[in-house]
Write a new protein. Structure first.
Length: 220
């Protein structure tokens, strides 16, 4: 039988306060920019820990919490990740990407060089747990794994931004090398690498814009 307890954590606000709160939240999150130039300034581990705890509150399939976050500070491991990622990216930019894809990416000014993978103080390698391995060795299905891990990653990015840090969602593809480098089991699949730190002094970002409300919504 499921066990139910009273909902004690919900907070109700007067409507005017609700309007203020959602607007100020929007004002805060709209300041977030993906950064590709990082400072090597250290970040207290406690900030990362609380952001990961925030990520771990994400709604997810059957509360299995099918994710794992590997927090990397070790310079040798960061270098290994950079070398492996740049190898894949070289392949992507010179062979695998279609001309249309490269054309769409041009606004970002990205290329196969990923120095931030070594400069930034933290890399968080995020894994989705595709299935569980039971004590007898058999496999058991997880549910909505990408949706769950995607939501958790969104909360992680938002928490880090809220704390005053910059992030970059990096998805070298394929990312199979990550399991070997950070020693995660086969039932976990690399989801993305989150690069975390302070922006470099004089960091620049592409002049791009988010869609308007009417472009992303229909009220019916
Ligand atoms: N993974 C490559 C290419 C890339 C693809 C997309 I779609 C982006 O939004 C950004 C980059 C890279 O990291 O350069």
């Amino acid at each position: 039988m499921p066990n139910f307890i009273p909902l004690t954590t919900y907070r109700k606000y007067p409507e005017n306060e609700m309007k203020e709160r959602v607007l100020s939240f929007y004002e805060e999150v709209r300041r977030r920019r993906t950064v590709r130039q990082f400072s090597d300034r250290a970040v207290p581990r406690e900030i990362i820990e609380h952001a990961v705890l925030a990520a771990g509150t994400a709604p997810n399939g059957a509360n299995i919490q099918p994710w794992h976050f590997v927090v990397i500070t070790n310079a040798a491991i960061k270098r290994q990740i950079r070398v492996a990622a740049e190898k894949e990216e070289h392949d992507f930019y010179t062979r695998r990407a279609t001309p249309e894809w490269l054309e769409d990416l041009a606004i970002l000014g990205t290329d196969e060089n990923k120095p931030f993978l070594e400069t930034a103080p933290y890399l968080i390698a995020i894994f989705e747990e595709s299935y569980r391995v039971l004590p007898d060795g058999s496999h058991r299905k997880n549910y909505y794994v990408s949706e769950s891990t995607g939501i958790a990653t969104g909360i992680l990015i938002t928490a880090l931004h809220h704390a005053g840090l910059a992030t970059l969602t990096h998805t070298p593809s394929p990312m199979g090398f990550l399991n070997d480098i950070v020693k995660r089991p086969k039932n976990e699949k690399p989801f993305l690498i989150l690069v975390v730190g302070f922006p470099a002094e004089n960091a620049t970002v592409p002049d791009i814009h988010k869609k308007e409300l009417n472009e992303i919504t229909s009220f019916i």
